[in-house]
Design a protein around this ligand. Structure first.
Ligand code: ACO
Length: 209
């Protein structure tokens, strides 16, 4: 057992519905694959370059090995791989990865949301839930999010959740077939006050249920 894992977070009411976050499951395979095969255009340009064609990488049968790898990392305390649900249905993923402890106590956070429920506050709510969780229970002090400057929706998510822009990483990540510049956004525990979820609730962007 590692700090903060496994965990179920939420529920939180956002405009899209009732949002919750829980560990990835082997039985997410069907919905994970169905949504990702349909959402290729929505996702591919923002994701790490993969090996092999999209339909193969996102086929039903490719989930078990991904799930096993994520579960292994989670058991070693290196990753917190969550599924996002809305009204109890699979709605995307949010992952805290590359967890470094000792005197750094930092990690990255990344997410994607099903195209049929975007613009409903889901990613913002999920980022707030997971950020509060890793600071309160995961033993971390800092989270970083790297985003392509062209990714307006994701930049908006981080701004609404309370992350700060710290800089530009040039040719930083191999995304969609090339070395892409990324803005670095970050937040440390000191900045979160009563928590990012409480702040969203105070602003009327989410409601605890
Ligand atoms: N132009 C301008 N603003 C936009 C656009 C657009 N084309 N599309 C959405 N937005 C705004 C929305 O209006 C909303 O802002 P508002 O509340 O001020 O109106 C904001 O972007 C989106 O906020 P949420 O509703 O909380 O986010 P959502 O659940 O829609 O998810 C996400 C956003 C995750 C970026 C989704 O679009 C997605 O999955 N995209 C593809 C994958 C991706 O880019 N993932 C993030 C990679 S970077 C990282 O992981 C750190």
């Amino acid at each position: 057992r590692h700090p903060g894992w496994p965990a179920k977070l939420g529920p939180l009411r956002v405009p899209a519905g009732v949002l919750a976050v829980r560990p990835v499951r082997l039985r997410d395979a069907g919905e994970w694959s169905r949504v990702r095969l349909r959402d290729r255009e929505h996702l591919e340009m923002w994701e790490p370059t993969g090996i092999g064609p999209w339909p193969d990488r996102n086929a039903f049968w490719s989930w078990p090995s991904q799930w096993l790898a994520l579960r292994g990392l989670a058991r070693r305390g290196q990753c917190l791989p969550f599924t996002i649900t809305v009204d109890g249905r699979f709605a995307g993923q949010i992952t805290v990865g590359n967890v470094i402890r000792a005197s750094l106590r930092s990690a990255w956070i990344g997410y994607w949301v099903s195209s049929d429920i975007v613009r409903g506050g889901v990613a913002t709510g999920a980022v707030a839930l997971v950020t509060d969780h890793v600071f309160d229970f995961g033993g971390l002090h800092r989270l970083e999010a790297t985003v392509r400057p062209e990714n307006t929706p994701s930049l908006r998510v981080l701004g609404k959740a309370g992350y700060r822009q710290e800089g530009l990483f040039e040719r930083y990540l191999d995304v969609a077939g090339g070395w892409r510049d990324h803005f670095c956004y970050a937040i440390t525990k000191e900045e979160t006050g009563d928590g990012l979820v409480s702040r969203l609730v105070a602003k009327g962007l989410a409601e605890r249920v």
